[in-house]
Design a protein around this ligand. Structure first.
Ligand code: PBG
Length: 326
């Protein structure tokens, strides 16, 4: 019998040693919790396809922020459900838009204890559900970039800590940067959804945000899931245009893209563990087919191991509580 000299199992027997040689460790600092804010008072609409997530009116949103803060999670990503939609998403850039109001209320109450990121896009605010202004049955890039920049300035004026454009129009990071700077918001960073794929994994989110396209799909602006080189071009362009943090979305089916992005660019990298990824875990757990906590931590760890510095996830509070032994 030829016994091995090198035995990798030696490092696996003792749990204390296993901890010492653990390469990837999750931290609550990694997480961003997405939230959905809607008009009204005392409104808590459960989102059927995303158990534990709700459309919340501002009063209840503030309570939720307290829970988040108490879990140790320090950042949230806000999405709005407006009471009124139109063809060109007018309410998305108004001083009294739903997200603008929410940002003001949260910053007033939590000051610097909570980092407030705002998603910048039109799909929640347009009657047709597309991410911009429609011309000839398609989203018209350049006028859309203009209103996205207006929306960004308006959200910065409300007190948002970081702007996160998710629309995938060409050139929007550059224009948003330019308009923010022009309005004295040169200190406000941009986290760009740089490589955002046209994905079936957004299904549950579109229930949550009531933002499903009413005709066609988003393939003329979001990326083809088959493409990796193109993701590197998207990210490179966003960096040139002034993005401070770049993002890959979704996360789980795109771990290779996360790794390539991390290896290619010396940039802080975010990954969005999207609604469908979350809902699959929840659904399988409800059926008793998987161990929810175990899968949640394994998934989040794999996203970090792939190279993400920031993980946007609906599991944020649950994962933080688990990390803190609660
Ligand atoms: C808005 C936006 C979407 C998501 C984040 N921002 C939906 C979409 O592009 O259709 C998806 C988030 C998720 O699925 O959790 N454009």
């Amino acid at each position: 019998m030829n016994y091995p000299t090198v035995r990798l199992r030696r490092l696996r027997y003792n749990p204390l040693l296993r901890d010492m040689v653990t390469e990837t460790k999750l931290s609550v600092d990694d997480f961003v919790m997405p939230l959905f804010v809607c008009p009204g008072k005392n409104v808590r609409n459960s989102i059927k396809s995303m158990p534990g997530n709700y459309q919340l009116s501002i009063d209840l949103l503030l309570e939720e922020c307290k829970t988040i803060k108490d879990s140790g999670v320090k950042a949230i990503l806000l999405f709005g459900i407006p009471d009124h939609k139109d063809e060109c998403a007018q309410v998305a850039r108004e001083e009294n838009g739903i997200v603008q109001q929410a940002v003001r209320a949260i910053k007033k109450e939590f000051k610097n204890d909570l980092f407030v990121i705002v998603d910048v896009c039109n799909c929640e605010y347009t009657t047709h559900g597309h991410c911009g202004i429609i011309k000839d049955n398609d989203v018209d890039n350049d006028p859309t970039v203009e209103i996205l920049a207006e929306q960004s300035v308006s959200l910065a004026q409300a007190g948002a800590d970081m702007i996160a454009p998710s629309d995938m129009m060409d050139g929007r990071v550059g224009e948003i940067r330019k308009q923010l700077d022009k309005n004295n918001f040169e200190k406000i960073p941009i986290m760009s959804y740089s490589a955002k794929y046209a994905s079936g994994f957004y299904g549950p989110f579109r229930d949550a945000a009531e933002s499903a396209p009413q005709f066609g799909d988003r393939s003329s602006y979001q990326m083809n899931p088959s493409n990796g080189d193109e993701a590197m071009r998207e990210i490179e362009l966003d960096i040139e245009e002034g993005a401070d943090i770049v993002m890959v979305k979704p996360a789980l089916s795109y771990l290779d893209i996360i790794r390539r992005a991390k290896d290619t660019f010396n940039m802080p990298l975010a990954a969005y563990n999207v609604s469908g990824e979350f809902s699959m875990v929840k659904a399988a757990a409800e059926k008793g087919w998987i161990d929810e906590n175990r899968l949640m931590m394994e998934i989040l760890t794999s996203i970090k191991r792939a190279g993400a510095d920031i993980i946007i996830t609906y599991h944020a509070v649950d994962a933080a509580n688990l990390l803190n032994g609660k």
